[in-house]
Design a binder for this molecule. Sequence first.
Ligand SMILES: Nc1ncnc2c1ncn2[C@@H]1O[C@H](COP(=O)(O)OP(=O)(O)O)[C@@H](O)[C@H]1O
Ligand SMILES: O=c1ccn([C@H]2C[C@H](O)[C@@H](COP(=O)(O)O)O2)c(=O)[nH]1
Length: 254
Amino acid sequence: MSLSAAARACCRLLTVIRCPPVGSSSIMSRLLHSDGQVNGLKNKGKSTICVEGNIASGKTSCLEYFSNTANLEVMTEPVAKWRDVQGHNPLGLMYTDPTRWGLTLQTYVQLTMLDVHTKPSLSPVKMMERSIHSAKYIFVENLYKSGKMPEVDYVVLTEWFNWITKNIDLSVDLIVYLRTSPETCYQRLKMRCREEESVIPLEYLSAIHGLYEEWLIDRSSFPVPAPVLVIDADKSMEEMIQHYEENRGKILAA
Ligand SMILES: Nc1ncnc2c1ncn2[C@@H]1O[C@H](COP(=O)(O)OP(=O)(O)O)[C@@H](O)[C@H]1O
Ligand SMILES: O=c1ccn([C@H]2C[C@H](O)[C@@H](COP(=O)(O)O)O2)c(=O)[nH]1
């Protein structure tokens, strides 16, 4: 699609979204230049790292660890928004009834991840927790493959995702994959005690793990948007810090 065609599509979207949800108006203003052109340009000279991994694999802890690093800005996953959008809790609803609410949650995840991807970083390196790619390739895929998302919902989300990734530069320079066993995540998830997640069985974490492995290790499912640095994250916090220090150079050079 040409830039002017994309800009016209964006303008049509702006007309449709009369009462935008929190965050979407700021995304639109970032995507549109004052001349109405879609911003397909990446922050020149800046790099983006996405920390990927299963639920409770230690991504937030990893970002916290790197948050003191000079020239690096961390952007955590917007889970707080997924738990409270104008008084509603799409994350909780999805775990209660995935068939009814999966599309609602994943639409909002896609929007809020787009917001993080396009947010300008003040530092040369931006470290994000997960990405719009894993939202689609792991979580939407899991809902659909497990028979919990109707095909029409999957297709609509896929069309949105394809449009976004075709027309907006969401490039990633490095993926840090915190590779864990589902059992480790299950223990950590229980320890963290996030209320909505109390219903998650080990099988759910195994399914998410399998999809991550197919995507980032076997490379047999979906395109991998950047080189992958795999870190064994089944380790104690002390050992993880050691891993992070050993890989600091590779991460910052992304
Ligand atoms: N290496 C580790 N060893 C033991 N516990 C950990 C480790 N990393 C994180 N945790 C704990 O596990 C829980 C989930 O970690 P978190 O960083 O929130 O994971 P994520 O962001 O991937 O969901 C938290 O309670 C955290 O303190
Ligand atoms: O696209 C997505 C992304 C995340 N989730 C769920 C999975 C967890 O319950 C929370 C946050 O994940 P963390 O791994 O603890 O950061 O959100 C989802 O359902 N869909």
